[in-house]
Write a protein that binds this ligand. Structure first.
Ligand code: SF4
Ligand code: SF4
Length: 175
């Protein structure tokens, strides 16, 4: 009796599978034109990382190292530095002076994104990372940081020291 049940279960599974097959056969054919056309990626696709800015244009990364600690591939390298009154790069006490991700090692697991307390690091949709030169796969902060809007200027960079507090410092921007 058990064997009869197994036969029915098998037949039901085959019928279900064939039903999906026939349903797909009736759908219009979609041809991906990549690389001649843009690739279609799902919203949550985990591509190359993006380092975000806040609404004031400051870097969201505060160099807390939590992403580096969470990374199972040990591919994030950070050097932290202090913001000063004259030079401010992030909204916190510290900012990432150096922030590298080694894409020779990254497995795109997303743990760094999950670990970040300020949503500073996210996955973008960049996926064309292949290279014959592995040294080019070490991405630096400057490559990953969201660019400022056209004509925009980060508020951080160098503000003049108040009169009488020392030598005047010329206003400049960081690129
Ligand atoms: S995606 Fe995973 S492997 Fe890649 S940098 Fe983030 S934590 Fe590390
Ligand atoms: S990206 Fe996020 S988790 Fe990583 S150092 Fe910056 S603030 Fe911390």
């Amino acid at each position: 009796m058990a064997k009869v049940g197994e036969i029915f279960e098998g037949a039901a599974a085959i019928a279900k599978g064939m039903g999906i097959t026939f349903k797909e056969m009736l759908q219009p054919t979609i041809t991906e034109e990549y690389p001649d056309g843009p690739a279609r990626l799902e919203e949550r696709y985990r591509g190359a990382h993006v380092l975000q800015r806040d609404e004031n244009g400051l870097e969201k990364c505060v160099a807390c190292f939590l992403c580096a600690a969470a990374c199972p591939a040990d591919c994030i390298y950070i050097e932290a530095a202090e913001n000063t009154e004259q030079e401010r790069f992030s909204g916190g006490e510290r900012y990432a002076k150096v922030y590298n991700i080694d894409y020779n090692r990254c497995i795109f697991c997303g743990y760094c994104v999950e670990a970040c307390p300020t949503d500073a690091i996210t996955h973008g949709h960049g996926f064309e990372l292949a290279s014959y030169n592995t040294s080019t796969l070490i991405y630096r902060k400057e490559q990953m940081l969201v660019p400022l809007p056209e004509g925009g200027k980060a508020p951080s960079q160098r503000t003049p020291i108040p009169a009488g507090a020392g030598e005047a410092v010329s206003v400049s921007t960081r690129t």
